[in-house]
Design a protein around this ligand. Sequence first.
Ligand code: NIG
Ligand code: FE
Length: 423
Amino acid sequence: MAGEYRLLLENAQQLVLVCDRGEKYLLQAAAERLAVLRHASLVVGRDGYIKAVGQADAIRNQFSGASFERVIDCSGKCVLPGLVDAHTHPVWAGDRVHEFAMKLAGASYMEIHEAGGGIHFTVEHTQKATEEELFNTFKHRLERMCQAGSTLVECKSGYGLNLETELKMLRVIEQAKRSMDIGISSTYCGAHSVPKGKTATEATDDIINNHLPKLKELKLSGEIHVNNIDVFCERGVFDLDSTRRILQAGKDIGLQINFHGDELHPMKSAELGAGLGAQAISHLEEVSDEGITAMARAKCAAVLLPTTAYMLRLKQPQARKMLKEGVIVALGSDFNPNAYCFSMPMVMHLACVNMKMSMNEALAAATINAAYALGKSDTHGSIENGKQGDLIIINSSRWEHLIYQFGGHQALIDYVIVKGKIV
Ligand code: NIG
Ligand code: FE
């Protein structure tokens, strides 16, 4: 049905803005004072962007006589920004449930990795999978993320390692970008592990001399547009020097730096990333105090991944210290065969319980700050006039239930909306 506007959400019990226009870079402040409107309505235009948000009566007057493609009565419910998942590895083949059993029996992540399991196992299966197989499982995973409230998701390659399979993964991500409603920020992660039979230096040279020029060519021809570059900067994987070379070469072809650092060992990844102008660094369980200061100063977001610390029984990242020092703290699910979690509500719950974040901080970290980590906080991550109409409606009169309840979110989330369209 044609309408002047795409969507009217009417009379929400609580409408959580996350932050007000003009404060969009005060991401840390936003976490402390979320703006919550009561009895509020919201209008999304036919272009998918938010046209008005305010008290229900005022919106009713302002839009009296206007026509809407869809009207949803939100009485007794809450409207929140769509959740943003700032870190996922969602394209892969092969099942690693057996490794979960090994970990429960006491094996560490690196022991499994060094014995040829972990990322290597997934690489072997992903290299053999067809593009169609990869797309179908990836699509299903994105649908599950969306059902759990995510409307923008960062998606990495990194289970190919060789150029052919990395490109296969990136094509699959590009196909989803073009055919699905959920927003995607794509990341080239060819330096996720050192391929068997190569040294880290050889792998680094291959990436710089062969992979990145190819990505540049594909971007120019419009075939694949990658947004970010990632490296697993870790002892026994890519050291600081290789990481620096790869990230700088990625930056030189226009990719945003967003990488894995200081996860299992202190590597000074945070110091490196801040110096290189990284948009974000993920994990940071082992970050140094100097690294935290450098990230705060450089406005480099920390993407914390509570599922990883939980699954691997690692020490928790120091969220409180980072917040105190003024770091922009974001959250991600880290969905991958090691941390099989699609749900950002679950991630927020873990961040609150295990990392001692408040619910306000966790929501800001899973919306506006996660959007910032992807360089998209101008258009995503909060409810403001002019931003993309990405929203969720929950069947509760208090928004905090999205974090308080754990598990079974499908019954709590009534609608997930991308650009004003119900998905
Ligand atoms: O973020 N740390 C490196 N990468 C992933 C794990 C990938 C895997 O085990 O397949 C992570 O946790
Ligand atoms: Fe990861």
